[in-house]
Design a protein around this ligand. Sequence first.
Ligand code: AKG
Length: 200
Amino acid sequence: MDKKLMYPKKVISQLGAVDYYDKFIKDAAANKLFNTLKDTIDWLQFPITIFGKTYLQPRLIAFEGDPNIHYTYSKTRLKANKWSPEILQIKQACEQQTKNLYNCVLINYYRDGNDSMGWHSDDEKELGKYPSIASVSIGAERLIHFRLRNKHQDKTKILLKNGSLLHMLGPTQENWQHQIAKSKRVRTGRINLTFRFIQA
Ligand SMILES: O=C(O)CCC(=O)C(=O)O
């Protein structure tokens, strides 16, 4: 995929950097991709234990990447499935836009507004000190919230539109947390692809 480079909107520019690109993928292509991935990916759902009670995580996931890439997710060591051709094309477009390389993608499927992801940073050791994470959204629009780790009142949010790209880089993961909160208004699905580079 050869794409014209775009200019971002700056979501965060202190103690990290988060850039947002609207319409990174055109609507019709994003819609088609959403349906293909929803129907062809072997989705997994992991248990999560909160205050001693075990539930199923409120989202489905999958993991793809280069051969021999592993990722520890919810205490499970996942081996990357091989790249879906459609996802490989998007990875290449992200590499072109962000000028960083990615060797795997964590895919999250939020079936509706009841699915969510709590506050966290993508700061696993294997991502290195200043990870570049290219996060592509398709399907329903959802808000992503950011807050400073040591000063939760410092916060911001942005609506992640169908076909958008959010690029997190520099010390963002060291200083900021992010979440996708539940939303009663969202009744349709969203798939998010976070391209990462795992150091061997
Ligand atoms: O769904 C999103 O936009 C966020 C995903 C995320 O935070 C993650 O995969 O670590």
